[in-house]
Design a protein around this ligand. Structure first.
Ligand code: TTP
Ligand code: MG
Length: 594
């Protein structure tokens, strides 16, 4: 592109037509549905799922009373005095359901491109399934079509009416895609085929939502040609519905009315920069259209504004997002999480014995979680064969029980290499206004000791050894002044999986949230300076990384909104979250890869 030519800077991006069909599933009021299924009598009453003093979510009966996700309990009770509260602190049941639904969707994928986002969202790239079925369509009898779910078994599938889209579509008044005139040119033929693909995608989505319902869960779904549009389309008709974004219209016209903050991948830094450029303070009203059509906004201008942080090409990336273009692939299904992290918050732990107690509890949960997620029965005894696909790392060594062996042979499917401890001081409510949420949050990472992988050892023994030998020394390194302790958060995380398939890939709207540059900027804002701990590396000897692998972090990163006294914007998803809800929201991101 000619950066100096003003015309070239403002041209709408030219692109090859995206012919993919991407589905984005989002479970309705997920935690609430999990609790309702365990207690069916709660289905008809307003239900809120409580985490500390906020609602992680609430069912749609409660929403009809004005109760909302992330609302303070006090406010929710005021709006709906009959609200029934259920505890949502233990995430295990939600994880279990999440895994079931993910596995179900994965079982329908031919190309293995099935990507989770959080606990209740899944992207599926079904381009191949749809292309196969497009060839099978009998255009003379569309109403009685058959959708094949297996290339091998033609009888595995479902009947459907291919003369109409399943569920809602956008725009509503789209003409029947197959009633176009025969004298259309090639471009129109392509457009027609793409619309048919999306129509087929809508029927597959409908069928899959029914399968999820057989497990007891309702969902929303968006069907479009890329991840960005599929996610946003799904939001159009929630709950219990789906929306297909038909491709005959420019994606920009679909995005135009949305506030910029709704666009995944456009974070608060970009919005602030755009506000400055457009000389407006009101970011609530800053729509995609306002940004896209303003003559001052161009890829080159965006690059100049935003590239200071070192990310080259960011101007073009944002420009494409404003036009609804997202080339990010749906990542191949991962059998292991990227990291496992457990944390708890406290009202100022001041003594080492309490800190030890906290670390023991967290580490025990972490170990339990590792055993659930990373250990499998090895009935085949082909212990050298990894069940996890990995191109870069060798398979982890198989581990077997050396004890009584009652549980049979078990093995690690992946082994994390790094252990990270994070702490944050406690600030009493009276002081909270003075500090950012993450003020004082510090982390330190070391190699995860190998004894953790001994499947024959008693859990308590491993936990004690890890706490005494590794975590407490890390804690002291992070908090050298043991006489003035007041700890508000402890987080223990294992990451850097050996044998895991981390999906890789950049240039993706999800990956965009995690760019190292942004994380570093946030840290600079949040902590001021981290260099206090830089020299610890030598002193500790076994410390291998300082603030290691931040680009890997799944944790929510916060930016306090300068103009927003009662909230802060999460850098991962762009949502403005009230201060009191920030912790739960952060935790929600942290379990996202679980
Ligand atoms: P969402 O999909 O955002 O919410 P939801 O499924 O409850 O409701 P919706 O029908 O609007 O999709 O998040 C999924 C679950 O993640 C939600 O049930 C609770 C949890 N969660 C948190 O714990 N903290 C958060 O900040 C958010 C946004 C969600
Ligand atoms: Mg949901």
């Amino acid at each position: 592109m000619d950066m100096d030519n003003p015309d070239s800077k403002r041209k709408a991006p030219r692109r090859k037509r995206d012919i993919r069909v991407i589905l984005h599933f989002d479970l309705d009021c997920f935690y609430a549905q999990c609790i309702e299924n365990a207690n069916p009598h709660l289905k008809l009453v307003p239900l809120g799922i409580k985490q500390k003093s906020i609602l992680a979510t609430c069912n749609y009966v409660a929403r009809s009373h004005g109760v909302r996700k992330l609302m303070g309990i006090h406010e929710a009770k005021r709006l709906c005095p009959d609200l029934v509260l259920a505890d949502g602190e233990d995430l295990s049941p939600f994880r279990d359901v999440s895994k079931k639904i993910y596995s179900l969707l994965k079982s329908y994928s031919w190309n293995g491109r099935v990507e989770r986002l959080g606990l209740d969202e899944v992207f599926l790239d079904v381009t191949d399934v749809v292309a196969y079925n497009l060839e099978l369509l009998n255009h003379h009898c569309l109403e009685q079509s058959w959708f094949c779910l297996s290339r091998e078994d033609p009888e595995r599938g479902f009947g459907f009416d291919a003369s109409a889209v399943a569920g809602c579509s956008w725009p509503l008044d789209d003409p029947d895609p197959i009633s176009k005139d025969d004298d259309d040119d090639d471009d129109d033929d392509d457009a027609l085929r793409l619309r048919l693909r999306l129509l087929l995608g809508s029927h597959l989505a409908f069928y899959l939502r029914q399968q999820i319902e057989h497990l007891g869960y309702t969902s929303a779904c968006g069907i479009a040609t890329n991840k960005l549009l599929a996610k946003l389309a799904g939001d159009k008709n929630k709950p219990q519905n789906q929306t297909t974004l038909l491709s005959s219209h420019s994606p920009a016209s679909f995005l135009d009315p949305l506030p910029l903050s709704k666009i995944p991948g456009i974070g608060s830094k970009t919005i602030t920069a755009l506000k400055n450029l457009l000389k407006t303070d009101n970011d609530d009203n800053l729509t995609v259209r306002a940004a896209r059509t303003n003559p001052a906004v161009s890829p080159a201008a965006l690059e100049r504004l935003l590239a200071g942080g070192g990310e080259r090409g960011i101007g073009q990336r944002i420009w494409l997002l404003l036009h609804g273009i997202d080339t990010g692939e749906v990542k191949p299904a991962r059998d292991v999480p990227r990291q496992i992290s457990i944390e708890d918050t406290y009202r100022g732990l001041a003594s080492l014995s309490h800190i030890r107690e906290g670390l023991v509890q967290i580490t025990a949960s972490l170990l339990r979680r590792m055993h659930v997620d990373l250990v499998e029965d090895d009935s085949t005894e082909h212990v050298t064969t990894s069940s996890v696909s990995s191109t870069s790392s060798p398979a982890p060594p198989a581990a077997t029980t050396t004890g009584a062996g009652k549980k049979g042979r078990r093995r690690w499917t992946a082994q994390p290499k790094t252990l990270r401890l994070t702490t944050r001081p406690y600030y009493p409510p009276s002081e909270r206004d003075r500090y950012e949420y993450n003020h004082g949050r510090v982390s330190k990472s070391v190699a995860l000791p190998r004894f953790v992988f001994d499947l024959g050892a008693e859990t308590e023994v491993i936990v004690d050894r890890l706490v005494e030998g590794t975590l407490l020394p890390l804690f002291h390194a992070l908090n050298p002044d043991s006489k003035r302790l007041s700890i508000g958060l402890l987080n223990v995380c294992v990451t850097n999986m050996d044998g895991g398939n981390d999906g890789g890939g950049g240039g993706d709207i999800v990956a965009a949230f995690r760019r190292q540059k942004e994380v570093e900027e946030v840290r600079a804002v949040a902590y001021g300076c981290l260099s206090d701990h830089d020299h610890d590396e030598e002193e500790d000897g076994d410390v291998v990384e300082e603030e290691a692998e931040e680009s890997d972090m799944e944790e929510a990163e916060w930016v306090e909104e300068e103009d927003e006294q009662d909230g802060m914007r999460c850098r991962l998803c762009g949502c403005v979250i009230p201060f009191f809800a920030a912790e739960a929201h952060g935790r929600w991101h942290e379990v996202g890869e679980g």
